[in-house]
Design a protein around this ligand. Structure first.
Ligand SMILES: Cc1ncc(COP(=O)(O)O)c(C=O)c1O
Length: 352
C-alpha cells in the first residue's frame, strides 16, 4: 500500500474481498461468527489462532474502515469507535490512570470539557486547560506526571490553529503523548502524524460520513498503542463501531478527497454568473488570517495552506448535511451550483 497515492488509498485501502469477489466492500452485519470446531473456537478465544469471534472485538467491515482511515492518515493502525466522543474517551481512559495529568486545549469540542473536568476528574486524572495557539502556555503547564497533550486543530467551529509540530516536541520532552482531533480538516487536508503527533482522533460523524447519517469515531496511531491499550479498552468497555456505520464510513472515505479538491472549486468559480460556490462566512475569513499568521503555518510546511479554508467551506457545503458545515456558516453562504451533489432543501413528496 506504501506506493499508492492518497486517491488510490481512499478507494482501495484496507479492502478485504471475500470469496464472492464482490466489487464494493461487503457489509458483515453480524454480531458473532461461527467456528469450524470447538477446538478452533478455543484457539481463537485464547488468541492462538487468527479469526473473528465477536463484533465487539473484530469485524471484517470495521477492520476495512480502520485500515482505510489508517492508510489516509499515514498511521500504522486504527481502532474504530461508536462516536467521536467515544474516540476521545477511549484515548483518555486507555492511556491515563489515577494521578496522571493531561493538558488540553481550550476550544476543543464542547463535550470534551465535562469529559475531562467531571468524569475523568472522578477517576483522579487532573487537567490543565491552555490556549491551543500559545505554545509557551503548553510548555509551562507540563508537570512530572503529564501523560497526555490533547488538541483539536483547527478547532470547531472557530478554527484556531495549533502548532502541532511544536506540541509534539513538547510532548516528547515531557514523556507524554500528543493526540490531535483532526475532525475539521480530515486526512484529506492534514495528517497530524506526519507533523509528529502520536495519535489522531476522529468524529467520523462529520466529514467522513459526509451526509449526516451515522455516528462514528476512530483513533489512529502507532500499532503498539492502538492494538495494545486502545483496542483492549474498546473490546472490554465496549464503545465499538457497528459494522453498518463502518460501511457508511468506508464509503465516505472513498469520496472524502473529492469534496476538497481545489480544482472543483476553481471549476465552480470559473463558471459564469451566479453558479458559484461562495465560501464566505465571518469565521472562514477570520480563520484564514489566523492561519496566515499562525505558528504552525510558519513552523511547518506540512500543515494545510490558507486556501484549505476555502476548500473547507466549499467541501462542507457540498457534503451538505454535516452539522460541521452548518456550524461554520453562521449566515448560510450561497451555494448555487447546477449539479449540487446533495439536495440542499427538503423535497416535498406529492401524492400521485
Ligand atoms: C471536533 C469534534 N470532535 C469530536 C466530536 C464528537 O463527535 P461525536 O458527535 O461523533 O461524538 C465533534 C462533534 O461535533 C467534533 O466536532
Amino acid at each position: 500500500m506504501g506506493e499508492w497515492g492518497p486517491d488510490t488509498r481512499a478507494v482501495r485501502g484496507g479492502t478485504e474481498r471475500s470469496d464472492f469477489g464482490e466489487h464494493s466492500e461487503a457489509l458483515s452485519l453480524t454480531a458473532s461468527f461461527v467456528f469450524a470446531s470447538a477446538a478452533q473456537a478455543a484457539q481463537r478465544f485464547a488468541n492462538e489462532a487468527p479469526g473473528n469471534i465477536y463484533s465487539r472485538f473484530t469485524n471484517p467491515t470495521v477492520r476495512m474502515f480502520q485500515a482505510r482511515l489508517a492508510a489516509l492518515e499515514g498511521a500504522e493502525a486504527c481502532i474504530a469507535t461508536a462516536t467521536g466522543m467515544a474516540a476521545v474517551a477511549t484515548t483518555a481512559m486507555a492511556l491515563l490512570k489515577a494521578g496522571d495529568h493531561a493538558i488540553v486545549a481550550r476550544g476543543v469540542f464542547g463535550t470534551i470539557v465535562p469529559l475531562f473536568n467531571q468524569i475523568l476528574a472522578r477517576f483522579g486524572i487532573e487537567t490543565t486547560w491552555v490556549s491551543p495557539t500559545d505554545v509557551d502556555a503548553w510548555r509551562a503547564a507540563v508537570r512530572p506526571n503529564t501523560r497526555l497533550l490533547f488538541v483539536e486543530s483547527p478547532t470547531n467551529p472557530v478554527l484556531e490553529v495549533a502548532d502541532i509540530a511544536t506540541l509534539a516536541q513538547i510532548a516528547r520532552e515531557a514523556g507524554a503523548l500528543l493526540a490531535v482531533d483532526n475532525c475539521v480538516c480530515s486526512p484529506a487536508l492534514q495528517q497530524p502524524i506526519a507533523l509528529g503527533a502520536d495519535l489522531v482522533v476522529h468524529s467520523a460523524t462529520k466529514f467522513i460520513d459526509g451526509q449526516g447519517r451515522t455516528l462514528g469515531g476512530a483513533v489512529a496511531g502507532r500499532r503498539s498503542l492502538i492494538e495494545g491499550s486502545l483496542a483492549t479498552f474498546v473490546r472490554t468497555a465496549g464503545p465499538a463501531l457497528s459494522p453498518f456505520n463502518a460501511w457508511i464510513g468506508l464509503k465516505g472515505l472513498e469520496t472524502l478527497r473529492c469534496a476538497w479538491r481545489p480544482s472543483r472549486q476553481r471549476r465552480s468559480r470559473s463558471r459564469a454568473g451566479s453558479r458559484r460556490i461562495r465560501p464566505s462566512s465571518e469565521c472562514i475569513t477570520r480563520a484564514s488570517s489566523r492561519i496566515r499568521s499562525s505558528p504552525s503555518r510558519r513552523a511547518s510546511s506540512g500543515w494545510a495552506e490558507p486556501w484549505c479554508l476555502s476548500w473547507f467551506a466549499a467541501g462542507a457545503q457540498q457534503r451538505g448535511a454535516s452539522s460541521m458545515a452548518r456550524s461554520c456558516s453562521p449566515s448560510p453562504p450561497t451555494l448555487v451550483t447546477r449539479r449540487a451533489p446533495f439536495a440542499t432543501r427538503p423535497r416535498r413528496l406529492t401524492a400521485a
